[in-house]
Design a protein around this ligand. Structure first.
Ligand SMILES: NC(=O)c1ccc[n+]([C@@H]2O[C@H](COP(=O)([O-])OP(=O)(O)OC[C@H]3O[C@@H](n4cnc5c(N)ncnc54)[C@H](O)[C@@H]3O)[C@@H](O)[C@H]2O)c1
Length: 383
């Protein structure tokens, strides 16, 4: 059986998630190629060694350039802070390797477009880690919307709220760096924008508002010195979709009590669909016209009739989790690298997501409705 040499850069939350996802996908799905764990990289050698040992990587290193130049590596997972995605991905692409990069693809639309173009020219497969799009119920929701189950789509209301930055004493980290992290609009906003596009389509115009609610933070853990926060903690935007539907999104990393509140409600002329990733195995569907006194949302539990669920469990209602969505993502990454269907969202789609984020930033800064397609075009991409 054909093998694909795997290289993972970064050993944090996502580095571990990519390794686990590939290991799981290799066992649960009939993949066209077997992942072979070649090399893992982290500037901290102990962390690199630990991940290598746990997942059986042949080698580990502290310099990512050694990984992208290694002839045994075919697929490079980029799971580092956002500002490193572009240099690492571009070097991997130049070496002819496929890239599975974490979201958001890059700090700016210009860099994201350059990455997409480089991949297109080198004809290498690319994938971006918008893992919530791989939730079986989100894909089922998309099928229902396409089949007209709730009629003409009128509106999308989306939120991605968590509280991992809510404590004002939390020290400065790469997520607060305007380039390396880019604020919540990039960190969580990219997920909800990707979801809005996946379910309702192209976003034609946005009107954004960004706010910083924790004005300064300790410079380092336990430090008395405080530094100003230059990125947004809360992002809000009104949306106009190309289809004519309207909508709104909010992203917050200071939403007390919220741990994974990535939720949407799509409303149409005949009904509505809603889902909250804090209960990711429950889709709620409402179709107008039920018997008097009994109208309401119906809960659909995830089950083997929904895309890819059956690989994990033959019984409905038994529930899959975050790492399972990542394993589904890994399935399609390997299929794309082995020459099957192109992965979606690839770098081109992720550049379009980035253009929406930059349009929200521009609108928040200078006012007015802004068109993501214009930013994409200015950055050298095709709207
Ligand atoms: N898809 C998702 O649901 C999801 C969730 C969390 C984070 N992310 C994204 O994943 C990326 C990483 O986030 P994380 O939460 O895993 O962060 P993390 O801080 O847990 O891990 C980052 C890793 O990158 C490594 N690193 C930093 N500089 C490096 C360098 N020069 N060379 C090699 N390794 C380097 C760090 O040592 C660390 O292992 C970000 O882009 C983030 O937006 C995606």
């Amino acid at each position: 059986m054909r093998e694909i040499g795997i290289g993972i850069i970064g050993t944090g939350f996502m580095g571990t998630a990519h390794a686990l996802a590939l290991a799981t996908a290799a066992r649960l799905f009939d993949l066209p190629a077997r992942p072979r764990f070649e090399m893992v990289v982290d500037p901290d050698p102990a962390r690199a060694e630990t991940l290598a040992r746990r997942f059986g990587f042949a080698r580990h290193h502290t310099d990512w350039r050694a990984l992208v130049e290694d002839p045994a590596v075919d697929l490079v997972s980029v799971t580092t802070p956002n500002h490193l995605h572009a240099p690492m991905s571009l070097a991997a692409i130049a070496a002819g390797k496929a890239v599975w990069c974490e979201k958001p693809l890059a700090p700016t639309t210009r860099e994201a477009v350059a990455m997409a173009r480089a991949a297109e020219e080198a004809r290498v497969a690319t994938a971006v880690g918008f893992n919530y799009l791989k939730n079986p119920l989100v894909r089922f929701a998309r099928e229902l919307l396409a089949a007209g189950e709730i009629g003409e789509i009128w509106s999308f209301r989306g939120i991605h709220a968590e509280d991992y930055m809510a404590d004002p004493e939390l020290p400065w980290s790469w997520r607060l760096d305007p380039v390396a992290g880019g604020g919540v609009v990039a960190d969580l906003g990219s997920h909800i924008v990707a979801l809005a596009r996946f379910l309702v389509g192209e976003i034609a115009e946005v009107n954004g508002d960004l706010s910083t609610v924790v004005g300064e933070r300790p410079k380092a853990p336990g430090a008395a010195e405080r530094v100003p926060v230059e990125v947004d903690d809360v992002a809000r935007a009104l949306l106009r979709f190309s289809s004519g539907a309207g909508g709104s999104i909010e992203a917050s990393w200071v939403a007390a009590g919220r741990k994974m509140h990535l939720a949407f409600e799509v409303t149409g002329s005949r009904g509505a669909l809603r889902l909250d990733m804090e209960r990711l195995n429950e889709l709620h569907l409402f179709v107008r016209g039920g018997p008097a006194g009994r109208e309401g949302f119906v809960e659909i539990p995830a089950g083997p009739d929904h895309p890819d669920y059956a690989a994990f469990c033959p019984a409905p209602g038994h529930q899959i989790g975050f790492n399972d969505m990542k394993a589904i993502e890994a399935r399609y990454v390997v299929e794309a690298v082995a020459g099957g269907r192109p992965f979606t969202p690839d770098f081109g789609e992720a550049a379009a997501v980035q253009a929406v984020i930059d349009a929200i930033r521009l609108s928040a800064r200078e006012g007015g409705w802004r068109r993501p397609a214009e930013l994409l075009y200015e950055a050298g991409g095709s709207p």
